[in-house]
Design a protein around this ligand. Structure first.
Ligand SMILES: NC(=O)c1ccc[n+]([C@@H]2O[C@H](COP(=O)([O-])OP(=O)(O)OC[C@H]3O[C@@H](n4cnc5c(N)ncnc54)[C@H](OP(=O)(O)O)[C@@H]3O)[C@@H](O)[C@H]2O)c1
Length: 238
């Protein structure tokens, strides 16, 4: 089991991954673009198993998570991440990340693009299909009847196995959906993406009410068999 988890990007999803990692007994190394000082509040909240550092230091952890907006993927350091397993939690949102020709043309999934950039690393995609709030509320110990699963994709079997083991420690089962080229099945709007874990939002809520509902909702457990069905029902197109 890894002892330390490095976070490159410590916003909504990076912060949530750090939270469940600390709860599971791991040490976390948080980083962002603005510098460790800007992460003081999050470090204080997470306690003695968390520290803030630079992305270069986060890259030296046992496992590293890339949780930055996809538009910043080329800032992930190929040198610092060479030889490392990098968990890709990123999602292509064109309204935030802009158009990315290799993805838009169907040539590559976003994770294949990240792997092409990080050619010396082993990229494994997970965490990308659950929102930051329900990632925390749905984590359960191994064997719990209401444990959820997350899909995992990667081209390196050993790295994928390490990530599956990490998920188990963090509170999730895993569903191996294949290589990074298969991860188009997880893109926004696909059946396995976010909605199943969030559940049905009541109709007619104002934006404020919708936000209150989101944070009050415990989420819906999505077991491995259901994740598999949802992934398989989605289009394989990139
Ligand atoms: N939010 C979710 O529920 C969720 C769930 C699954 C996946 N995702 C995906 O995860 C990624 C992050 O989303 P988010 O919602 O967590 O975004 P966010 O709250 O805006 O956080 C982004 C984090 O990345 C850091 N960052 C940005 N550019 C960086 C760079 N060049 N080097 C190092 N750190 C950098 C930011 O730090 P600074 O503020 O210092 O720039 C911030 O800590 C996105 O691709 C998103 O689609 C999000």
């Amino acid at each position: 089991m890894p002892q330390t988890l490095g976070l490159i990007g410590s916003g909504m999803i990076g912060g949530a991954i750090a939270r469940i990692a600390v709860a599971a007994g791991l040490d976390v190394v948080l980083s962002n673009s603005r510098g460790p000082g800007t992460l003081a509040d999050l470090v204080a909240e997470l306690g003695p198993h968390a520290r803030a550092a630079t992305p270069a230091e986060a890259a030296r952890a046992d496992l590293v998570v890339a949780a930055v907006p996809l538009k910043a993927y080329e800032t992930l350091s190929t040198a610092e991440l060479a030889g490392r397993t990098v968990i890709d939690a990123m999602v292509h949102h064109p309204q935030r990340d802009g158009d990315i020709a290799a993805i838009d043309s169907g040539e590559l999934t976003s994770s294949s693009l990240v792997q092409r950039h990080l050619a010396g690393s082993r990229v494994v995609k997970t965490f990308a299909t659950i929102d930051f709030h329900h990632l925390v509320t749905l984590a359960r110990p191994a064997g719990a009847a209401d444990r959820s699963a997350l899909p995992v994709a990667g081209d390196h079997a050993g790295a994928k196995a390490d990530v599956v083991a990490l998920l188990d420690v963090l509170g999730y089962d895993a569903v191996d959906i294949g290589g990074l080229a298969d991860s188009g099945r997880l893109r926004p709007g696909s059946p396995a993406y976010v909605q199943p874990y969030m559940g049905e939002r009541p109709e007619g809520l104002s934006p404020e009410e919708a936000q209150r509902w989101f944070f009050a909702s415990p989420g819906v457990p999505v077991p491995a068999a259901r994740v598999k069905e949802l992934v398989e029902s989605g289009s394989a197109a990139v």
